[in-house]
Design a protein around this ligand. Structure first.
Ligand code: APR
Ligand code: PHB
Length: 394
């Protein structure tokens, strides 16, 4: 089998790339190790920066998002029994974020790319490795129905997430890896109850971090910081709600509506960057190249900015025979990646319980007091939260 751009992975990165290239007449084949139902059922974050929302509109999959998504003009930060609001538009030349679940984005992309445009995605077809990526015709070796096959491509996009094979196809001495694991996790619950506030509430409390988020006006997503060795089985619904309310300022806690879980899970927190993101004709994008802790919701948005750069570079090649944007892909994408890695690390460190020393929490409270009380502080938070701008090219 042959295609122009072979894509490994049908998460948001792979699907969005395929969709954008298809609209420009460029052929792709996606290889995905899991089933369509599995990919669609994964529950992930749901805050979309304006740059990503614009890219989804460019991909002609923004219609339902614009109808059903919630525009948020700010976030709340709770600390020391206070609730402070950071307004986005007034600190960022009018920017906002969109609350719309990754599950919904995946659904919209699948419908447009596969069901309506007939784009090719081979499910339950795991890639095994990428070969000859430093030649003019790289190949993806994959398995399907118990048979070993190969896909010959002009280019390979490794959109196969953190555990994928694209990055692992490159000898380790050609990659630099930067990684940090955090000594805590997030216990999350999804429940059909109205959110406690119209906008998200990020909470710093001496017992640990908490987050009040949502998927709609009737579906909420809440998280509390937990130990890494904690287990979902240790938590009843009531215990979760009690712990959440304990960490919220009392006037907010008393307005929380509780209900049974639709889902409960524990996620560890990591920062990870692989450099470079390009190896000959193999390009990494999204979680295959980098991971951020969820504080600040940058993971999905970084996947989108990678795809923005990669798509433009491939278009410049196919339409204008230009290779300069492909050559600059890694450097350009990584500049934005590192700023989001920094923000997510900083925002995580600011809000979580890091140790048992009471002074650490006092220092965090002082920083939060400073940040929320100063125009410069609010601006730095707002600018990063709504998303730093994408670079443009002539
Ligand atoms: N062959 C084929 N597909 C693979 C392989 C493989 N060897 N290994 C992994 N995959 C698939 C996974 O099953 C998954 O569907 O690649 C896909 C990668 O998708 P994501 O992990 O969602 O990564 P990405 O598309 O980059 O999206 C990044 O979405 O997953 C969130 O936290 C992530 O928010 C971030 C954003
Ligand atoms: C979520 O809604 O799941 C969410 C929102 C914001 C975050 C992380 C997760 O920072």
């Amino acid at each position: 089998m042959r295609t122009q751009v072979g894509i490994i992975g049908s998460g948001p990165s792979g699907l969005l790339l395929a969709r954008l290239l298809h609209l420009q007449g460029i052929d792709t084949v996606i290889l995905e190790s899991r089933s369509r139902e599995y990919v669609q059922g994964r529950i992930r974050a749901g805050v979309i920066e304006q740059g990503m929302a614009d890219l989804l509109r460019e991909a002609k999959v923004g219609e339902r998002m614009d109808r059903e998504g919630l525009i948020h003009e700010g976030i709340n930060i709770a600390f020391a029994n206070r609730l402070e609001r950071i307004d986005f538009p007034s600190h960022t030349d009018g920017k906002v974020v969109m609350v719309y679940g990754q599950t919904e984005i995946t659904h919209d992309l699948m419908k447009a790319h596969i069901d309506e445009a007939g784009g090719i995605v081979h499910y339950e077809a795991p890639a095994v490795r990428v070969e000859d990526y430093d030649t003019g015709s790289p190949r993806i070796i994959y398995e399907q129905n118990g048979q070993r096959k190969e896909l010959i491509c002009d280019f390979v996009a490794g959109c196969d997430g953190f555990h994928g094979v694209a990055r692992q196809s490159v000898p380790s001495d050609k990659i630099s890896v930067f990684a940090r694991n955090y000594p805590f996790g997030w216990l999350g619950i999804l429940s059909d109850v109205p959110p406690v506030r119209e906008e998200l509430v990020y909470v710093s409390h001496e017992c640990g971090f908490a987050l009040c988020s949502m998927r709609s006006h009737i579906r909420s997503r809440y998280y509390v910081q937990c130990d890494l060795d904690d287990r979902v089985e240790n938590w009843t619904d009531d215990a979760f709600w009690d712990e959440l309310r304990r960490r919220l300022p009392p006037h907010v806690a008393e307005t929380v509506t509780t209900g049974p879980r639709l889902e409960m899970s524990i996620a560890p927190l990591h920062s990870f960057v692989a450099e470079p993101m390009r190896f000959g004709r193999l390009f990494l994008a999204g979680d295959a190249g980098h991971i951020v802790p969820p504080t600040g919701a940058k993971g999905l948005n970084l996947a989108a900015s990678d795809i923005y750069y990669l798509c433009r570079a491939l278009l410049a090649y196919y339409k204008d025979k230009r290779t300069d944007l492909l050559d600059r892909y890694s450097e350009t994408a990584l500049r934005r990646v590192w700023k989001a890695i920094r923000f997510s690390w900083w925002y995580t460190s600011l809000l979580h319980k890091l140790d048992d020393d009471p002074m650490t929490h006092r220092l965090q409270i002082a920083e939060l007091d400073y940040l929320t009380g100063s125009v410069a502080g609010r601006t730095t938070l707002a600018e990063n939260y709504v998303g730093l701008p994408y670079e443009t090219f002539e």
